[in-house]
Design a protein around this ligand. Sequence first.
Ligand code: ATP
Ligand SMILES: O=P(O)(O)O[C@@H]1O[C@H]([C@H](O)CO)[C@@H](O)[C@H](O)[C@@H]1O
Length: 161
Amino acid sequence: MSAPTFFSKIASRNDAAARVAALPQPVVFTNGVFDVLHRGHAVYLAQARELGASLVVALNTDASAKRLGKGPDRPLNNEADRAAMMAALESVSLVTWFDEDTPIELIRELKPAVLCKGGDYDMAKLAETKVVEGYGGRAVAIPFVDGYSTTSLVQRIRQRP
Ligand SMILES: Nc1ncnc2c1ncn2[C@@H]1O[C@H](COP(=O)(O)OP(=O)(O)OP(=O)(O)O)[C@@H](O)[C@H]1O
Ligand SMILES: O=P(O)(O)O[C@@H]1O[C@H]([C@H](O)CO)[C@@H](O)[C@H](O)[C@@H]1O
């Protein structure tokens, strides 16, 4: 049996710029850990995709994700597994990674037309917003879907007897 075609949506950091340039434009970009997927992520990504013709998801590498301090054993899913789950979603056009603390360098390189985060972020306070607006792009917060977060899901699973 051959590998599912969605694996072809995964691009190395080195290949990301060329792959993004070949996507239908305008490109929407988002970033994050996306450790254990939940409904909030699925709705968020589908709504982000509607803001353009393609959606690029940049995942924190495992080393970068660990530095965010979400917990000593986070991420629970490694970077290759998180990328596979992202690529399997219909709303996602391309998946890549970044190893820094923020996606700023990658955004400078890819120059997406739209930068998205969930409504748990104030876009006006993000350094990424200045970068995107600096080349004529826009930064958009997608409404938060209440009651869904990976951290609360993991806590609930761990509390079960
Ligand atoms: N419930 C939600 N509704 C809308 N957007 C969300 C929701 N949860 C996360 N997002 C967005 O998804 C992206 C990735 O978020 P992240 O992987 O940190 O999810 P999380 O559930 O908050 O995880 P954690 O609890 O581990 O911090 C971010 O842009 C975030 O704003
Ligand atoms: O999954 P998260 O925690 O939403 O992802 C983080 O987002 C940060 C955001 O873009 C700026 O605060 C980013 O800097 C961090 O590297 C994670 O991707």
